[in-house]
Ligand binder design. Sequence first.
Ligand SMILES: CC(C)(COP(=O)(O)OP(=O)(O)OC[C@H]1O[C@@H](n2cnc3c(N)ncnc32)[C@H](O)[C@@H]1OP(=O)(O)O)[C@@H](O)C(=O)NCCC(=O)NCCS
Length: 217
Amino acid sequence: MMLKNRLARYFVRIPTIETERLILRRILPKDCENMYDYSKREEVTRYLLWIPHESREYTRRYIDALQTQYRSGQFYDWALELKENGRMIGTCGFAAIDEKNNSAEVGYVLAPDYWGFGYAPEALREILRVGFETLGFNRIEARYMTGNEKSRRVMEKCGMKFEGIRREALYVKDSYRSIGYCSMLKDEFFSLYGRHEVKNEPKPHWYDAFVGGVNKK
Ligand SMILES: CC(C)(COP(=O)(O)OP(=O)(O)OC[C@H]1O[C@@H](n2cnc3c(N)ncnc32)[C@H](O)[C@@H]1OP(=O)(O)O)[C@@H](O)C(=O)NCCC(=O)NCCS
């Protein structure tokens, strides 16, 4: 089966993943208030490509649009829900997938009240696991704007290796930004974390049974 179909099938019903302190799950309309609460903040978006959300209504429309993208298997981010209080405190997932080269880019955002507790690395490790074990990527990269060194630290805490900086590679919000790159290769992941049984494998879609298994591997 083409990677594209397998990926879409995985993300159409993006699985819930549990870590020690977090539940990674689909972003839902009920997350609007929590997402708006951090997405409206300049300190959150300073090193991101987007500007702060202008209103709750904007966040609501954004989450609605995500539901459509999930349905077509073309959105790859999880909500991060804190087990201890049920609050949605950010997102983490794949920002882009490069099917031709069997690689992906990861990204994450957290609400400021929850910075400094290691939640981003805790989520990122599981996303790397999904990427290498379940989706079979060969390479996963992450990039950050220079100045955002704690984001680089998150990448390195997960075992990603710093590759270098592309100087003033992006023009974002009226200025040229230099972009740092970190990456991890499949074999590096397995030698660091071990190879576990594949989990979070999506169940076959009802349509596959309906068409008599035509879409099966
Ligand atoms: C970047 C972000 C995800 C970090 O998440 P987090 O869960 O707070 O990360 P951690 O708790 O692991 O803390 C970050 C690490 O960076 C370190 N750090 C903090 N400030 C730093 C700095 N100026 N330079 C280098 N390292 C720094 C911390 O000491 C910590 O490392 P340690 O555990 O070895 O002490 C969070 O700050 C965030 O959401 N920022 C806004 C959105 C964003 O920039 N996303 C990333 C886009 S690339």
